[in-house]
Design a protein around this ligand. Structure first.
Ligand code: PLP
Length: 439
């Protein structure tokens, strides 16, 4: 069906008038309207209402791991909606999809992570994790242990706790500042973590939270292969709980099912979301260790007063179960590892060919390209060039994203885990053309 220009114009006007977009410039949105109105998706491709096709080089928001247009996920959602569209999981109520998914997640997460508290997304997962650790220390008779340490440049979401743990100042300004008892250390420096613990006193600190790979902060991968082992040791030494925020990195993104597996480290709590349903339904969760779970069982006397209406939504859980089956049966974790190497090779080729391509990074299907004015010195452009590159790349059929806060001028990528070599080559080709046209 062809859609008339008038109808597209009409939608654009409605969008400008009535739709406040998340994480966007409200004024620019008013002036320009939406650049794309997506109507369809298939594999790694998204289609715009005007008929233009683009490679979704970001898996939309790092989440569409199994790719677009999966009919079987729609089918499972329909069947679950017809059977039981919604029922509560509060108190003594339960239902089959949430139970089966909880068992599946316990089986697939590392070490003794074995019980899940469901949420609707990553921000809720992190706020929930903070409440669980504070509740845990309360029960253990140490209510003063409530500070949360996170890292500069880390991103943990937009609920008040998650924003406060986020180490990107523009998010703090937006919320009128940080909540009390949230502290930030240098990313990837165990000395900075140790110094903070010593300065504040371990008996005031509940937990340390970190993304295995910093995603929204610009795709930063630990250089030191022992970094997370040291973090684990420090947390154990000071009796501090370790929360891994695997919201982006979980479910195969980095070439392992969970990124902490790269370093053989088991956190006490793990926040998950995004790839658990590949974005086909809203779901997240906090997975807790056997140790924490049994302490909560033994010490709890009262209700745990925390729960969302949509904690463990049956449709979302049914979709998650099927989505995980797809990830496993199609070997998408291995594909992520292998195609990730291809993507990185492509970035390295661009680095040789193009003057403004500085450092490139990648692990599995998450990667970054730094834009520089001078490759030798690493000097950056006075005003970041990456927003212009992102717009140009989109015109040429590739969606990627830029990170420009605090002097960054970085392109980030996270294509669906179903991507093949030909599609990777197409991404690299579009990027090459884009750089040649922009530099
Ligand atoms: N944690 C990380 C590492 C994320 O990247 C994100 C979102 O990008 C979140 C938490 C927040 O998740 P949500 O947007 O689902 O609330």
């Amino acid at each position: 069906m062809t859609i008339s220009e008038e109808y597209i114009k009409y939608l654009r006007e409605l969008d400008k008038k009535h739709y406040l977009h998340p994480t966007s410039s409200i004024r620019q949105q008013q002036e320009n309207g939406p650049a794309f109105i997506f109507t369809d998706g298939e594999g790694v491709y998204l289609k715009d209402i005007s008929g233009k096709t683009l490679i979704d080089g970001m898996s939309s928001l790092w989440n569409v791991n199994v790719g677009h247009g999966r009919e079987e996920l729609g089918q499972v959602a329909l069947e679950q909606m017809k059977k039981l569209g919604y029922s509560s999981s509060f108190a003594t109520f339960s239902h089959e999809p949430a139970i089966l998914l909880a068992a599946k997640i316990a089986e697939m997460t590392p070490g003794d992570l074995n019980a899940i508290f469901y949420t609707s997304g990553g921000s809720e997962s992190n706020d929930t994790a903070f409440k669980i650790v504070r509740h845990y220390w309360n029960l253990k008779g140490q209510p003063e242990k409530k500070k949360i340490i996170s890292r500069k440049r880390g991103y943990h979401g937009v609920a008040m706790g998650a924003t406060s743990a986020t180490g990107i100042p523009v998010f703090h300004a937006m919320s009128g500042g940080l909540l009390p008892d949230f502290l930030h250390v240098d990313a990837f420096s165990t000395q900075s973590l140790r110094d903070m613990i010593e300065a504040e006193g371990a008996d005031t600190i509940a937990a340390f939270i970190a993304e295995p790979i910093q995603g929204a902060g610009g795709v930063h991968i630990p250089q030191d292969p022992h970094y997370f082992q040291r973090v684990r040791e420090i947390c154990d030494e000071y009796n501090i709980l370790f929360i891994a925020d695997e919201v982006i990195t979980g479910f195969g993104r980095t070439g392992k099912m969970f990124a902490m597996e790269h370093w053989g480290v088991v956190p006490d709590l793990m926040s998950i979301a995004k790839g658990i349903t590949s974005g086909y339904a809203q779901l997240g969760g906090v997975v807790i260790s056997e140790k924490i779970h049994s302490e909560l069982i033994n010490l709890s006397k009262d209700t745990f007063f925390h729960g969302f209406t949509y904690s463990g939504h049956p449709v979302a859980c049914a979709v998650a179960l099927r989505n995980i089956e797809i990830i496993e049966s199609e070997n998408l974790v291995e594909n992520s590892r292998v195609m990730g190497q291809e993507m990185l090779k492509g970035f390295q080729w661009l680095q040789q060919e193009i003057d403004i391509v500085g450092e490139v990074r990648g692990l599995g299907l998450v990667g970054a390209i730094e834009i520089v004015k001078d490759k030798a010195t690493g000097e950056r452009f006075e005003s970041p060039l990456s927003p212009k590159i992102v717009a140009e790349a989109a015109n040429r059929g590739l969606i990627c994203r830029c990170v420009t806060f605090e002097g960054s001028d970085t392109l980030v990528f996270a294509p669906p885990l179903v991507i093949n070599k030909e599609e990777i080559n197409k991404m690299i080709h579009i990027l090459h053309e884009t750089f040649v046209a922009t530099q």
